[in-house]
Ligand binder design. Structure first.
Ligand code: PLP
Length: 409
Protein backbone atom coordinates (compact mmCIF):
# COMPACT_ATOMS: atom_id res chain seq x y z
CA UNK A 1 0.00 0.00 0.00
CA UNK A 2 1.06 3.54 -0.64
CA UNK A 3 2.35 5.30 2.50
CA UNK A 4 0.63 8.62 1.83
CA UNK A 5 2.10 10.30 4.91
CA UNK A 6 5.56 9.50 3.59
CA UNK A 7 4.61 10.75 0.12
CA UNK A 8 3.30 14.01 1.60
CA UNK A 9 6.48 14.47 3.64
CA UNK A 10 8.24 14.97 0.28
CA UNK A 11 6.23 18.14 -0.42
CA UNK A 12 6.67 21.53 1.26
CA UNK A 13 3.12 22.25 0.09
CA UNK A 14 1.67 19.98 2.77
CA UNK A 15 3.49 21.54 5.71
CA UNK A 16 3.45 25.16 4.56
CA UNK A 17 1.10 28.09 4.55
CA UNK A 18 -1.78 26.19 2.95
CA UNK A 19 -1.15 22.88 4.72
CA UNK A 20 -4.73 22.67 5.98
CA UNK A 21 -6.20 22.92 2.49
CA UNK A 22 -7.34 19.81 0.65
CA UNK A 23 -6.11 20.30 -2.92
CA UNK A 24 -8.47 18.71 -5.42
CA UNK A 25 -7.63 20.63 -8.60
CA UNK A 26 -4.67 18.51 -9.57
CA UNK A 27 -5.84 18.04 -13.15
CA UNK A 28 -5.23 21.78 -13.42
CA UNK A 29 -1.78 21.61 -11.86
CA UNK A 30 -0.06 19.43 -9.29
CA UNK A 31 2.28 20.17 -6.38
CA UNK A 32 6.04 19.74 -6.76
CA UNK A 33 7.98 17.44 -4.42
CA UNK A 34 11.25 18.55 -2.84
CA UNK A 35 13.47 16.35 -5.07
CA UNK A 36 12.12 18.25 -8.10
CA UNK A 37 11.91 21.65 -6.41
CA UNK A 38 15.55 21.48 -5.23
CA UNK A 39 17.20 21.26 -8.68
CA UNK A 40 14.77 23.93 -9.94
CA UNK A 41 15.79 26.28 -7.12
CA UNK A 42 19.48 25.37 -7.46
CA UNK A 43 19.43 26.17 -11.14
CA UNK A 44 17.79 29.55 -10.60
CA UNK A 45 19.91 30.42 -7.55
CA UNK A 46 23.36 29.26 -8.63
CA UNK A 47 23.83 28.67 -12.34
CA UNK A 48 21.10 30.48 -14.21
CA UNK A 49 23.27 31.38 -17.16
CA UNK A 50 23.04 30.57 -20.84
CA UNK A 51 23.90 26.85 -20.86
CA UNK A 52 26.42 24.93 -23.00
CA UNK A 53 29.17 27.59 -23.04
CA UNK A 54 32.69 26.53 -21.98
CA UNK A 55 32.73 27.90 -18.43
CA UNK A 56 31.81 26.11 -15.21
CA UNK A 57 28.34 27.45 -14.32
CA UNK A 58 27.25 27.20 -17.94
CA UNK A 59 28.50 23.63 -18.26
CA UNK A 60 26.69 22.76 -15.06
CA UNK A 61 23.47 24.28 -16.42
CA UNK A 62 23.83 22.27 -19.63
CA UNK A 63 24.46 19.05 -17.72
CA UNK A 64 21.39 19.63 -15.58
CA UNK A 65 19.29 20.18 -18.70
CA UNK A 66 20.72 17.09 -20.41
CA UNK A 67 19.76 15.08 -17.38
CA UNK A 68 16.22 16.48 -17.47
CA UNK A 69 15.85 15.33 -21.09
CA UNK A 70 17.33 11.90 -20.27
CA UNK A 71 15.11 11.34 -17.24
CA UNK A 72 11.95 12.20 -19.18
CA UNK A 73 12.95 9.94 -22.08
CA UNK A 74 13.68 7.07 -19.72
CA UNK A 75 10.46 7.53 -17.75
CA UNK A 76 8.26 7.34 -20.84
CA UNK A 77 10.27 4.63 -22.61
CA UNK A 78 11.46 6.91 -25.43
CA UNK A 79 14.76 7.36 -27.22
CA UNK A 80 16.48 10.67 -26.36
CA UNK A 81 16.14 12.01 -29.91
CA UNK A 82 12.37 11.49 -29.98
CA UNK A 83 11.55 13.95 -27.21
CA UNK A 84 10.77 17.66 -27.59
CA UNK A 85 10.27 19.74 -24.46
CA UNK A 86 8.38 22.93 -25.22
CA UNK A 87 6.47 25.45 -23.13
CA UNK A 88 3.14 23.58 -23.04
CA UNK A 89 1.06 20.89 -24.70
CA UNK A 90 -1.07 23.48 -26.47
CA UNK A 91 2.01 24.95 -28.07
CA UNK A 92 3.46 21.52 -28.89
CA UNK A 93 0.31 20.37 -30.71
CA UNK A 94 0.14 23.73 -32.49
CA UNK A 95 3.72 23.30 -33.70
CA UNK A 96 3.03 19.69 -34.67
CA UNK A 97 0.07 20.81 -36.77
CA UNK A 98 2.32 23.35 -38.51
CA UNK A 99 4.84 20.59 -39.18
CA UNK A 100 2.20 18.37 -40.80
CA UNK A 101 0.58 21.21 -42.78
CA UNK A 102 2.95 21.31 -45.79
CA UNK A 103 2.36 17.63 -46.55
CA UNK A 104 -1.45 17.87 -46.56
CA UNK A 105 -3.29 17.28 -49.81
CA UNK A 106 -6.75 18.67 -50.46
CA UNK A 107 -9.30 16.17 -49.19
CA UNK A 108 -7.02 14.56 -46.60
CA UNK A 109 -9.16 13.73 -43.59
CA UNK A 110 -8.33 14.48 -39.98
CA UNK A 111 -10.41 12.98 -37.18
CA UNK A 112 -10.73 14.95 -33.95
CA UNK A 113 -13.03 14.28 -31.01
CA UNK A 114 -15.41 16.50 -29.13
CA UNK A 115 -14.17 14.94 -25.90
CA UNK A 116 -10.68 16.46 -25.95
CA UNK A 117 -9.26 19.60 -24.38
CA UNK A 118 -9.13 22.24 -27.12
CA UNK A 119 -5.33 21.81 -27.25
CA UNK A 120 -5.85 18.66 -29.32
CA UNK A 121 -8.74 19.97 -31.45
CA UNK A 122 -8.30 23.61 -32.42
CA UNK A 123 -4.87 23.30 -34.05
CA UNK A 124 -6.19 20.44 -36.24
CA UNK A 125 -9.41 22.22 -37.15
CA UNK A 126 -7.37 25.19 -38.40
CA UNK A 127 -5.92 22.91 -41.08
CA UNK A 128 -9.29 23.08 -42.84
CA UNK A 129 -7.96 26.35 -44.27
CA UNK A 130 -5.29 24.25 -46.02
CA UNK A 131 -7.81 21.88 -47.61
CA UNK A 132 -8.06 19.22 -44.90
CA UNK A 133 -11.49 17.78 -44.12
CA UNK A 134 -12.07 17.53 -40.38
CA UNK A 135 -14.39 14.81 -39.08
CA UNK A 136 -15.59 14.61 -35.49
CA UNK A 137 -15.57 11.46 -33.37
CA UNK A 138 -18.44 12.32 -31.04
CA UNK A 139 -19.10 11.38 -27.43
CA UNK A 140 -22.28 9.75 -26.22
CA UNK A 141 -24.20 12.80 -24.96
CA UNK A 142 -25.45 10.92 -21.89
CA UNK A 143 -22.10 9.59 -20.68
CA UNK A 144 -19.41 11.63 -22.41
CA UNK A 145 -17.76 8.38 -23.54
CA UNK A 146 -16.32 7.64 -26.98
CA UNK A 147 -17.29 4.43 -28.79
CA UNK A 148 -14.56 2.76 -30.86
CA UNK A 149 -17.16 1.51 -33.34
CA UNK A 150 -17.95 5.15 -34.20
CA UNK A 151 -14.29 5.76 -34.98
CA UNK A 152 -14.31 2.71 -37.26
CA UNK A 153 -17.14 4.30 -39.27
CA UNK A 154 -15.22 7.58 -39.67
CA UNK A 155 -12.00 6.03 -40.98
CA UNK A 156 -11.40 5.77 -44.71
CA UNK A 157 -8.45 5.56 -47.11
CA UNK A 158 -8.42 9.38 -46.99
CA UNK A 159 -7.79 9.51 -43.24
CA UNK A 160 -4.40 11.04 -42.57
CA UNK A 161 -4.54 11.65 -38.86
CA UNK A 162 -6.61 10.77 -35.78
CA UNK A 163 -6.24 13.04 -32.74
CA UNK A 164 -7.77 11.93 -29.44
CA UNK A 165 -7.16 11.90 -25.72
CA UNK A 166 -5.90 8.99 -23.63
CA UNK A 167 -8.11 10.25 -20.80
CA UNK A 168 -10.47 13.22 -20.92
CA UNK A 169 -9.93 15.93 -18.31
CA UNK A 170 -13.72 15.90 -17.77
CA UNK A 171 -14.88 12.30 -18.26
CA UNK A 172 -11.83 10.56 -16.78
CA UNK A 173 -12.11 7.13 -18.46
CA UNK A 174 -9.03 5.36 -19.76
CA UNK A 175 -9.58 4.27 -23.34
CA UNK A 176 -8.91 0.88 -24.88
CA UNK A 177 -5.77 2.27 -26.49
CA UNK A 178 -4.59 -0.95 -28.12
CA UNK A 179 -7.85 -1.38 -30.01
CA UNK A 180 -7.97 2.27 -31.07
CA UNK A 181 -4.37 2.54 -32.23
CA UNK A 182 -4.49 -0.80 -34.07
CA UNK A 183 -7.57 0.39 -35.92
CA UNK A 184 -5.87 3.65 -36.88
CA UNK A 185 -2.62 2.00 -37.95
CA UNK A 186 -4.41 -0.71 -39.97
CA UNK A 187 -6.11 2.14 -41.75
CA UNK A 188 -2.78 3.70 -42.66
CA UNK A 189 -3.29 6.88 -40.61
CA UNK A 190 -1.14 8.59 -37.98
CA UNK A 191 -2.30 9.18 -34.43
CA UNK A 192 -1.77 11.97 -31.92
CA UNK A 193 -2.58 11.19 -28.29
CA UNK A 194 -3.16 13.82 -25.63
CA UNK A 195 -1.84 12.19 -22.45
CA UNK A 196 -2.10 15.28 -20.25
CA UNK A 197 -4.84 13.82 -18.03
CA UNK A 198 -3.40 10.31 -18.25
CA UNK A 199 0.21 10.92 -17.26
CA UNK A 200 -0.41 11.94 -13.62
CA UNK A 201 -2.16 8.61 -13.00
CA UNK A 202 -0.45 5.93 -15.10
CA UNK A 203 3.12 5.61 -16.33
CA UNK A 204 3.15 6.14 -20.07
CA UNK A 205 5.01 3.65 -22.21
CA UNK A 206 5.03 5.64 -25.43
CA UNK A 207 5.83 2.70 -27.69
CA UNK A 208 3.28 0.42 -26.09
CA UNK A 209 0.55 3.02 -26.70
CA UNK A 210 0.75 2.31 -30.44
CA UNK A 211 0.48 6.08 -30.98
CA UNK A 212 2.74 8.09 -33.28
CA UNK A 213 2.79 11.24 -31.16
CA UNK A 214 2.12 11.63 -27.43
CA UNK A 215 1.94 14.92 -25.52
CA UNK A 216 1.71 15.67 -21.82
CA UNK A 217 2.34 18.60 -19.48
CA UNK A 218 4.87 18.33 -16.67
CA UNK A 219 3.16 20.88 -14.44
CA UNK A 220 0.50 18.21 -13.90
CA UNK A 221 3.05 15.45 -13.29
CA UNK A 222 4.73 16.86 -10.17
CA UNK A 223 7.20 19.19 -11.89
CA UNK A 224 7.38 22.79 -13.19
CA UNK A 225 5.60 24.10 -16.27
CA UNK A 226 6.64 22.47 -19.56
CA UNK A 227 5.13 20.36 -22.32
CA UNK A 228 6.65 17.06 -23.44
CA UNK A 229 6.05 15.80 -26.96
CA UNK A 230 7.20 12.38 -28.05
CA UNK A 231 7.15 11.38 -31.69
CA UNK A 232 8.06 8.04 -33.23
CA UNK A 233 11.43 8.74 -34.90
CA UNK A 234 10.37 7.89 -38.45
CA UNK A 235 7.25 10.07 -38.07
CA UNK A 236 9.24 12.99 -36.69
CA UNK A 237 11.68 12.75 -39.56
CA UNK A 238 8.87 12.93 -42.10
CA UNK A 239 7.66 16.31 -40.79
CA UNK A 240 8.67 19.81 -41.82
CA UNK A 241 11.14 21.06 -39.16
CA UNK A 242 9.82 23.95 -37.11
CA UNK A 243 13.04 25.20 -35.50
CA UNK A 244 15.56 27.64 -36.96
CA UNK A 245 17.05 26.37 -40.23
CA UNK A 246 20.48 25.85 -38.68
CA UNK A 247 18.94 23.69 -35.90
CA UNK A 248 16.98 21.31 -38.10
CA UNK A 249 19.34 18.41 -37.46
CA UNK A 250 19.18 18.82 -33.69
CA UNK A 251 16.38 16.53 -32.49
CA UNK A 252 15.56 18.63 -29.41
CA UNK A 253 15.09 21.74 -31.54
CA UNK A 254 13.49 20.37 -34.70
CA UNK A 255 9.95 20.66 -33.32
CA UNK A 256 10.62 23.52 -30.94
CA UNK A 257 10.72 26.91 -32.64
CA UNK A 258 11.66 28.62 -29.37
CA UNK A 259 14.58 28.28 -26.97
CA UNK A 260 14.23 25.53 -24.36
CA UNK A 261 13.10 26.43 -20.86
CA UNK A 262 16.36 25.96 -19.04
CA UNK A 263 15.47 25.73 -15.35
CA UNK A 264 12.20 23.85 -15.94
CA UNK A 265 13.94 21.20 -18.02
CA UNK A 266 16.74 20.89 -15.44
CA UNK A 267 14.13 20.39 -12.72
CA UNK A 268 12.66 17.40 -14.59
CA UNK A 269 15.82 15.48 -13.70
CA UNK A 270 14.61 15.58 -10.08
CA UNK A 271 11.76 13.22 -10.96
CA UNK A 272 14.41 10.46 -10.88
CA UNK A 273 15.19 11.32 -7.24
CA UNK A 274 11.47 11.49 -6.42
CA UNK A 275 10.90 7.96 -7.68
CA UNK A 276 14.14 6.82 -5.99
CA UNK A 277 13.00 8.10 -2.61
CA UNK A 278 9.52 6.63 -2.95
CA UNK A 279 10.82 3.32 -4.26
CA UNK A 280 13.42 3.02 -1.46
CA UNK A 281 10.70 3.55 1.12
CA UNK A 282 8.06 1.27 -0.40
CA UNK A 283 9.99 -1.45 -2.22
CA UNK A 284 13.75 -1.11 -1.73
CA UNK A 285 16.60 -2.49 -3.80
CA UNK A 286 18.12 -1.21 -6.98
CA UNK A 287 16.33 -1.15 -10.30
CA UNK A 288 16.29 0.95 -13.48
CA UNK A 289 14.43 4.25 -13.08
CA UNK A 290 11.53 3.14 -15.27
CA UNK A 291 10.97 -0.01 -13.19
CA UNK A 292 11.01 2.04 -10.00
CA UNK A 293 8.54 4.49 -11.47
CA UNK A 294 6.31 1.66 -12.70
CA UNK A 295 6.25 0.07 -9.23
CA UNK A 296 5.28 3.42 -7.74
CA UNK A 297 2.63 4.19 -10.35
CA UNK A 298 1.07 0.79 -9.58
CA UNK A 299 0.75 1.87 -5.96
CA UNK A 300 -0.54 5.32 -7.05
CA UNK A 301 -3.21 3.68 -9.23
CA UNK A 302 -4.41 1.44 -6.45
CA UNK A 303 -4.56 4.32 -3.95
CA UNK A 304 -6.28 6.71 -6.36
CA UNK A 305 -8.87 4.09 -7.30
CA UNK A 306 -9.81 3.72 -3.63
CA UNK A 307 -10.15 7.49 -3.21
CA UNK A 308 -12.19 7.77 -6.39
CA UNK A 309 -14.43 4.85 -5.45
CA UNK A 310 -15.22 6.40 -2.05
CA UNK A 311 -16.23 9.71 -3.64
CA UNK A 312 -18.17 8.01 -6.43
CA UNK A 313 -19.96 5.82 -3.89
CA UNK A 314 -21.15 9.00 -2.16
CA UNK A 315 -22.11 10.79 -5.38
CA UNK A 316 -23.93 7.68 -6.71
CA UNK A 317 -26.15 7.82 -3.65
CA UNK A 318 -27.31 11.36 -4.39
CA UNK A 319 -30.28 11.67 -6.71
CA UNK A 320 -29.52 15.38 -7.17
CA UNK A 321 -26.06 14.79 -8.64
CA UNK A 322 -25.12 13.85 -12.20
CA UNK A 323 -21.72 12.17 -12.38
CA UNK A 324 -19.99 12.43 -15.74
CA UNK A 325 -18.52 9.19 -17.08
CA UNK A 326 -18.11 5.91 -15.25
CA UNK A 327 -19.69 5.84 -11.83
CA UNK A 328 -17.24 3.27 -10.49
CA UNK A 329 -13.46 3.34 -10.30
CA UNK A 330 -13.06 -0.10 -8.77
CA UNK A 331 -11.90 -1.76 -11.99
CA UNK A 332 -9.08 0.77 -12.49
CA UNK A 333 -10.54 1.89 -15.82
CA UNK A 334 -11.03 5.46 -14.65
CA UNK A 335 -8.77 8.21 -13.38
CA UNK A 336 -9.59 9.91 -10.08
CA UNK A 337 -10.76 12.93 -12.07
CA UNK A 338 -14.41 13.19 -11.21
CA UNK A 339 -16.75 15.76 -12.70
CA UNK A 340 -20.35 16.30 -11.67
CA UNK A 341 -23.21 18.74 -11.73
CA UNK A 342 -25.74 19.33 -8.96
CA UNK A 343 -29.41 19.77 -9.81
CA UNK A 344 -29.98 22.61 -7.36
CA UNK A 345 -26.68 24.47 -7.22
CA UNK A 346 -24.58 26.10 -9.92
CA UNK A 347 -21.19 24.45 -10.31
CA UNK A 348 -19.45 27.74 -9.59
CA UNK A 349 -21.39 28.06 -6.30
CA UNK A 350 -20.44 24.54 -5.26
CA UNK A 351 -16.72 25.23 -5.87
CA UNK A 352 -16.93 28.55 -3.99
CA UNK A 353 -18.78 26.95 -1.08
CA UNK A 354 -16.15 24.19 -0.89
CA UNK A 355 -13.47 26.87 -0.55
CA UNK A 356 -15.16 27.99 2.67
CA UNK A 357 -14.33 24.50 3.99
CA UNK A 358 -10.70 24.91 2.89
CA UNK A 359 -11.23 22.56 -0.01
CA UNK A 360 -9.63 23.64 -3.28
CA UNK A 361 -11.42 22.59 -6.43
CA UNK A 362 -12.79 24.38 -9.44
CA UNK A 363 -15.65 24.48 -11.90
CA UNK A 364 -16.16 25.33 -15.56
CA UNK A 365 -15.49 23.74 -18.93
CA UNK A 366 -11.75 23.37 -18.35
CA UNK A 367 -11.11 24.13 -22.06
CA UNK A 368 -13.01 20.96 -23.00
CA UNK A 369 -15.89 23.20 -24.02
CA UNK A 370 -17.10 20.96 -26.85
CA UNK A 371 -17.36 18.01 -24.45
CA UNK A 372 -19.34 20.00 -21.88
CA UNK A 373 -21.60 21.29 -24.63
CA UNK A 374 -22.16 17.77 -26.03
CA UNK A 375 -23.16 16.60 -22.55
CA UNK A 376 -25.94 19.19 -22.59
CA UNK A 377 -24.30 21.24 -19.83
CA UNK A 378 -24.10 25.01 -20.09
CA UNK A 379 -20.38 25.74 -20.65
CA UNK A 380 -20.82 29.07 -18.88
CA UNK A 381 -21.23 27.14 -15.63
CA UNK A 382 -19.77 23.75 -16.53
CA UNK A 383 -19.06 21.00 -14.06
CA UNK A 384 -17.53 20.78 -10.61
CA UNK A 385 -14.29 18.86 -11.02
CA UNK A 386 -12.58 16.98 -8.21
CA UNK A 387 -9.25 15.68 -9.43
CA UNK A 388 -7.15 13.57 -7.12
CA UNK A 389 -3.62 12.27 -7.40
CA UNK A 390 -1.46 10.00 -5.27
CA UNK A 391 -0.80 12.53 -2.50
CA UNK A 392 -4.47 13.04 -1.69
CA UNK A 393 -5.72 11.22 1.40
CA UNK A 394 -8.87 9.35 2.34
CA UNK A 395 -9.30 11.84 5.21
CA UNK A 396 -9.45 14.65 2.64
CA UNK A 397 -12.08 12.75 0.66
CA UNK A 398 -14.15 12.30 3.85
CA UNK A 399 -13.86 16.05 4.51
CA UNK A 400 -15.01 16.72 0.98
CA UNK A 401 -18.00 14.41 1.38
CA UNK A 402 -18.98 16.08 4.69
CA UNK A 403 -18.74 19.49 3.03
CA UNK A 404 -20.75 18.40 -0.01
CA UNK A 405 -23.41 17.00 2.29
CA UNK A 406 -23.85 20.45 3.83
CA UNK A 407 -23.59 22.38 0.58
CA UNK A 408 -25.93 20.26 -1.54
CA UNK A 409 -28.66 19.59 1.05
C1 PLP B 1 -6.41 17.03 -21.16
C2 PLP B 1 -5.61 18.27 -21.39
N1 PLP B 1 -4.99 18.42 -22.57
C3 PLP B 1 -4.26 19.51 -22.84
C4 PLP B 1 -4.12 20.51 -21.91
C5 PLP B 1 -3.29 21.71 -22.27
O1 PLP B 1 -2.05 21.63 -21.64
P1 PLP B 1 -1.13 22.92 -21.59
O2 PLP B 1 -1.67 23.79 -20.51
O3 PLP B 1 0.23 22.34 -21.26
O4 PLP B 1 -1.16 23.56 -22.90
C6 PLP B 1 -4.74 20.40 -20.68
C7 PLP B 1 -4.62 21.49 -19.69
O5 PLP B 1 -5.39 21.62 -18.78
C8 PLP B 1 -5.51 19.25 -20.41
O6 PLP B 1 -6.15 19.10 -19.26
Amino acid sequence: MLDVDFVRSQYETFSGEYADWALFENAGGSAIPRPVLDPFRDFLAHYKVQPYAPYAPSLRAGEAMDRGYRVIAELIGAADDEVTIGPSTTLNTYVLAQAIRPSLRAGDEIVVTNQDHEANIGCWRRLEADGAVVLEWRVDPRTGELDVADLGRLLSPRTRLVCFTLCSNIVGSFHDLATITTLIRDNGALSVGDAVSFAPHRLIDVRATGLDFVCFSTYKTFAPHAGVMWGRRECLESLAPQGHFFNRDLPRYRMNPTGPMHAEIAALGGLAEYFDVLHDHHVGGDAPLRDKARAMYDLFADHESRLAERLLDYLRGRADVRVIGRTSAADGARAATISFTAANRASRDVASALAEHRIGCSSGHFYAMRCIDALGIDPADGVVRVSMVHYNTMAEVERLIDALDRILD
